[in-house]
Design a protein around this ligand. Structure first.
Ligand code: FES
Length: 177
């Protein structure tokens, strides 16, 4: 105990829970130091994780093909690229869709990914007007209904027609079958 402190306690005897001057300075300087450190570190953390906090882009529509090229009850495959941003990873993977018009004139687009184990299906390879998967023989109707092997119908893309062009959106469960 230094002389000043002993004088102080001699005049004002310290109560049990009273804070010493040294403790007060330690807490105050420590708190201020921590606050300043947070001011420096937090922006760096925010910068590091920022891409992860951003919402993934949803609801993007891709212009794929002119409506006039779509045939009735005769699916054709069209390839297109989608722009993806996932955290720091930016990519433009190619996708494809089997697109056709039904007898009522509605355009729909099926995903080519087999619902068995994910191989790529093809249309009418066996001349039976069905989608067939080359891997284990799954077959689907023209609407994507699963006939054998596959446990579920082919997924479909959301479709929008704008100014004579077919736009495709998210892949969703098949609503036609
Ligand atoms: S992945 Fe298509 S039948 Fe198995």
């Amino acid at each position: 105990m230094d002389q000043y402190e002993s004088n102080e306690t001699a005049h004002h005897p310290r109560r049990r829970n009273e804070m010493t001057r040294r403790q007060f300075l330690t807490y105050t300087l420590g708190g201020a130091g921590a606050f300043m450190a947070m001011g420096t570190v937090l922006p760096m953390i925010r910068f590091a994780v920022d891409p992860l906090l951003e919402k993934k882009e949803k609801g993007n529509w891709i212009k794929v093909v002119a409506e006039s090229e779509i045939k009735t009850m005769e699916p054709a495959v069209f390839n297109f690229k989608i722009h993806q941003v996932d955290g720091w990873y930016v990519s433009d993977p190619e996708q494809s869709a089997w697109i056709m018009k039904d007898e009522s004139g509605n355009i729909f687009a099926l995903s080519p990914v087999c619902k068995h184990l994910g191989c790529t299906i093809n249309w009418n390879t066996e001349k039976n007007n069905e989608y067939v998967c080359p891997c284990h023989g799954a077959r689907y109707t023209v609407d994507g209904k699963n006939l054998v092997v596959a446990p579920a119908p082919l997924d479909e893309y959301e479709v929008d027609i704008r100014n004579g062009y077919v736009y495709l959106g998210e892949i969703v469960p098949n609503r036609r079958v």
